[in-house]
Design a protein around this ligand. Structure first.
Ligand code: ZN
Length: 376
């Protein structure tokens, strides 16, 4: 009835599998390109498909404000509107309310907030968030939750997590089952092991076809994030997909795959692409840097995307210097292709029981310690 996930191989905590949905199958581990406003910025749907992407993400908060869920539904849902026939995951709006809107007031029932666009008042509850995601025709719906801020005291993280668990039960009640669709629960609890454990127990008692790990990549740093994953993923059911929300750099992704995560989303490759930052098999480059002005070589010799196979680094540099829109388009295309290639490599390596060797090789290509943080 609901969507399912099938495991093909394991390597330590890492798993390779297939997500079976109403809108097709997706091999995991997978990276979901972020299509906030029903578009992956600077990319046509065909271009997104050509990167190897199997599933994309949309944002409930943005789409409920513009163009509005009823309007999306009248246009046939997100799949039709975006020309994306594959699976789509929508977030619940909770994270964006916290990060974008002003004058939030939270109560047991839900959140009242003002739009970051025009200040108009809105309210989201677990029931209305699930209803909006239904209208958007999300293949994967996310429970409405509160993303616990970082830092938070144990007491703050506990009451926030417990509220999210009550909202998870209400989200489950509100969700309308459809063949090949599913609702994911979201583990909260901040950086506290006992709270993460309590959250996992509460969610597995309710029962979901997939589990997300929320409240990470909010400023705690990679070491702390990995510590939370080391503790949390082994508690999750082994036969359900695990989605780490809002993560991350290429190094974050590989480290999290090794810790048993199957799905990721992040604005990083698309946002970086618009600001001249390229993630490559040789590390991170800022294409505005003058050292590329006369460089005839490909951006990444190991990549087959249009930016790398048809153009020189010097041309990409020129496009950004002139602020031509093709620069962000090509670099977004490349970054998404690179992220997909990392996931493809990880899937193959897990199948061969060689994930550690694969990660070591990839990191050696970046020039060892300097990962995706310092562009050069
Ligand atoms: Zn490329």
């Amino acid at each position: 009835m609901t969507l399912t996930w099938e495991r093909h191989a394991s390597d330590g905590q890492a798993r390779a599998g297939t997500l079976h949905t109403a809108h097709g199958d997706v091999p995991t581990p997978t990276f979901m390109a972020v299509g906030t406003a029903a578009t992956v910025k600077a990319m046509t749907a065909d271009a997104v498909r050509s990167t190897g992407a199997g599933i994309v993400l949309g944002n409930t908060y943005h789409l409920m404000l513009r163009p509005g869920a009823d309007r999306v539904a009248a246009l046939g849902g997100l799949h039709t509107m975006m020309d994306w026939s594959g699976p789509i995951l929508t977030d619940s709006g909770g994270f964006q309310i916290m990060s974008l809107s002003s004058l939030r007031t939270m109560d047991e029932e839900g959140v009242t907030f003002r739009s970051h666009l025009d200040g108009s008042p809105h309210r989201l509850t677990p029931e209305s968030s699930i209803g909006i995601q239904h209208k958007l025709d999300a293949t994967i719906t996310m429970c409405f939750d509160e993303c616990t801020p970082f830092p938070a005291t144990h007491e703050q993280a506990k009451s926030s997590m417990e509220l999210s668990m009550r909202w998870a039960a209400r989200s489950r009640q509100a969700f309308v089952e459809r063949q090949g669709y599913g609702l994911f629960g979201i583990v909260q609890g901040g950086v506290y092991e006992d709270l993460r454990a309590a959250s996992v127990r509460a969610l597995t008692d309710i029962g979901f076809p997939g589990y997300a790990i929320g409240g990470l990549a909010v400023g705690e740093g990679q070491e702390m994030m990995f510590r939370v994953l080391d503790h949390t993923t082994p508690m999750l059911p082994t036969d359900r997909p695990r989605y780490l929300m809002g993560v991350g750099t290429p190094d974050d992704l590989l480290g999290s795959v090794a810790r048993g995560v199957d799905m990721f989303d992040c604005v990083m490759p698309t946002r970086a692409g618009r600001t001249a930052r390229a993630y490559t098999s040789r590390g991170v480059f800022n294409m505005r840097n003058a050292r590329f002005a006369d460089d005839p070589g490909p951006l990444d010799p190991d990549c087959g995307c249009p930016a790398c196979s048809r153009h020189a680094r010097a041309y990409l540099h020129h496009l950004f210097r002139c602020e031509e829109m093709l620069g962000p388009m090509l670099l977004t295309w490349h970054n998404l292709t690179y992220y997909q290639s990392l996931m493809r490599g990880a899937r193959a390596a897990i199948g061969q029981g060689a994930l550690t060797r694969y990660i070591d090789q990839v990191r050696a290509g970046w020039g060892a310690a300097k990962i995706a943080s310092e562009p050069n």
